[in-house]
Ligand binder design. Structure first.
Ligand code: HMG
Ligand code: MG
Length: 312
């Protein structure tokens, strides 16, 4: 399989941690429900292709996200996360509230992820709560998870634009990031849920977060590719010192509660760029492409990833 020519540019990290969200953010948005055995096989194949952080599923309400109603069954198929076949891999599950926490604590789930919108409108659409109520929900989850010896990632969604409110003020995002850090989240992922950001906005937000005392190492970026900006936004974030990037194998994804949200940045497109820049990821690109080709075949439609279409 063709590989990118390696041509580094100064000022970029030597290594980037890819946080794979296809099994959760990707599959939550597919109209057909993928069988749980296929999900388990997808997770195994993602890990076998070298990914070391793979978000598995969500403990959200099954009526809200029927695509992930099999969360418990998936975990049963994968076995205990801290000692089984996924030991050593970050394998978080998304949890919205106390009921989700209860479900997660009933399993061997070492890491949870909470999510809060920077905007009021999306908080209501996504969690049926105001922004403050959503922060109270995440606070409850983080407190219970930390007390049980688990760790928690936080997501802030609608960091750059909101389908109902339009532009989003960077100060509103900084507030939510600070609140999630205060609650005890060890990493905060900045979500461009509807994929509208351009690089200047990314720099402005990262500058605002630095001014508020948030270290770059505590941040990740989560770009959706609606307007084709995800890779540009990622590169500028790397230049600003970010080293954790969320992406989705084959470019699966979107968000069922945010109109006009399309798939996440495709992991293969990201890996092509990072390897071309001489940045280590630990990912075996041919194996990952084969996984996305396999999944696209099962789903009966081509992958939206450019790299998968070029290499597959
Ligand atoms: P609600 O209807 O307000 O729930 O939904 P409620 O608290 O009023 O409870 C109603 C019933 O649901 C109760 O049962 C609860 O027990 C049950 P009853 O007493 O009537 O029999 N219930 C649950 N059952 C299972 N699991 C649960 C749960 N919670 C309550 N966790 C709720 C509130 C939070 C549940 C709902 O709004 C929800 O599930 N939302 C999730 C939406 C979602 O998954 N969105 C996509 C993920 S976010 C995203 O994609 C963005 C991200 O990728 C970053 C980015 O791109 O920016 C992360
Ligand atoms: Mg997302």
């Amino acid at each position: 399989m063709r590989e990118p020519q390696v041509t580094p540019i100064p000022g970029l990290p030597e290594r980037v941690s890819i946080y794979e969200v296809g099994a959760r953010d990707g599959l939550q948005n597919e109209s057909e429900v993928v069988p749980v055995e296929v999900k388990a096989e997808l997770v195994r194949r993602l890990v076998a292709s070298g990914l070391r952080a793979v978000e598995l599923t969500s403990f959200v309400h099954p009526r809200w996200v029927p695509q992930l109603a099999d969360a418990e069954q998936l975990l049963d198929l994968l076995g205990p996360l801290s000692t089984g076949e996924l030991a050593g891999v970050r394998a978080p599950v998304l949890v919205p509230n106390a009921r989700g926490l209860e479900r997660a604590l009933a399993r061997d789930v070492p890491e949870l992820a909470v999510f809060v919108s920077a905007t009021e409108s999306f908080a209501r659409k996504n969690l049926n709560a105001s922004r403050d109520e959503a922060l109270a929900m995440s606070g409850q989850v983080v407190e219970g998870a930390l007390a049980a010896g688990r760790s928690v990632r936080g997501y802030v969604s609608m960091c750059f634009g909101d389908p109902w409110e339009g532009d989003v003020d960077a100060a509103a995002v900084v507030d939510v990031v600070l609140a999630l850090r205060e609650q005890g989240c060890h990493e905060i992922s900045l979500g461009d849920t509807i994929g509208v950001a351009t690089p200047g906005q990314v720099v402005r937000l990262l500058d605002g977060l630095a001014a508020a005392g948030v270290p770059r190492e505590a941040l990740a970026v989560h770009f959706h590719d609606t307007y084709g900006q995800a890779l540009s936004n990622t590169l500028i974030a790397l230049q600003q010192g970010i080293t954790t990037v969320d992406s989705s194998a084959g470019g699966l994804g979107g968000c069922p509660f945010a109109m006009s949200a399309t798939g996440n940045l495709a992991t293969e497109d990201l890996v092509w760029q990072l390897h071309g820049l001489g940045i280590e990821t630990g990912v075996d690109l041919p194996k990952l492409v084969a996984t996305s080709v396999w999944l696209a075949g099962l789903m009966g439609r081509p992958s939206p990833s450019n790299a998968v279409r070029a290499l597959g």
